[in-house]
Design a protein around this ligand. Structure first.
Ligand code: ZN
Length: 216
């Protein structure tokens, strides 16, 4: 932005009242200020002409300070307008990009794809993330966020199932409390009889921490 300081017209006028041309210098007009100073002081030998020029110089310092401020305001306004224009264009571009995605892809189809274990699922995920970054639609946002969260959970579940299956084949079970494996024959068994007398469940507990591992 502009680094030039605002000028105070009253200060400029007061300076030129005390010393003709000082207000001009305050306004940044060094040469003109010096000229005003020499001419006004010189003309004061005739008193009247000096006085007239002095009043003119005071008035000029005041008006020029005002003019400078106005120019500064206009420049700032112009900068603001350009910034606003730049922001609007950026917004328009991302909206266009978003519309492009939404036209080329179906949201439910993309969401469905990320749950598949196909090479396309990564692409679908990336597209969903792009849409998520671009959209301002809360409904679309939460749909995508939920889908991505579900996908992560589902992947974790699958991983856990796979791990449990491998352990089962080795006669082991994973205890997520101990963060370790236990041999199946070491599990502490407990039979639970139900009130109706017909059903019973054999519970399996971790021998180290007592964690219920019945369904693992
Ligand atoms: Zn345990």
């Amino acid at each position: 932005m502009n680094t030039i300081q605002r000028k105070k017209p009253a200060v400029a006028a007061l300076l030129s009242l005390v010393l003709p041309g000082a207000g001009q210098m305050y306004n940044g007009q060094i040469g003109i200020g010096l000229l005003c100073m020499i001419l006004t002081i010189g003309l004061y030998f005739t008193i009247v002409l000096g006085l007239i020029l002095h009043i003119f110089v005071i008035n000029d310092a005041y008006k020029y300070a005002k003019k400078l401020n106005k120019q500064m305001e206009q420049a700032e306004e112009e900068a603001r307008r350009k910034e606003e224009e730049r922001r609007r264009k950026k917004e328009e571009a991302s909206k266009k990009e978003l519309d492009g995605y939404l036209q080329s892809f179906s949201l439910p189809l993309l969401i469905q794809k990320i749950h598949d274990d196909t090479p396309e699922s990564d692409k679908a995920k990336q597209t969903l993330e792009k849409i998520l970054a671009l959209t301002t639609d809360q409904n679309i946002k939460s749909q995508i966020q939920d889908a991505l969260e579900n996908m992560v959970k589902q992947k974790e579940r699958k991983k856990e199932e796979q791990r449990n299956k491998e352990l089962r084949e080795q006669g082991l079970v994973y205890c997520d409390k101990c963060k370790g494996t236990v041999a199946r024959q070491e599990l502490r068994k407990e039979i639970e009889d139900f009130d109706d007398g017909w059903q019973r469940i054999e519970h399996s507990y971790c021998p180290k921490c007592g964690n219920d591992l019945t369904w693992k």
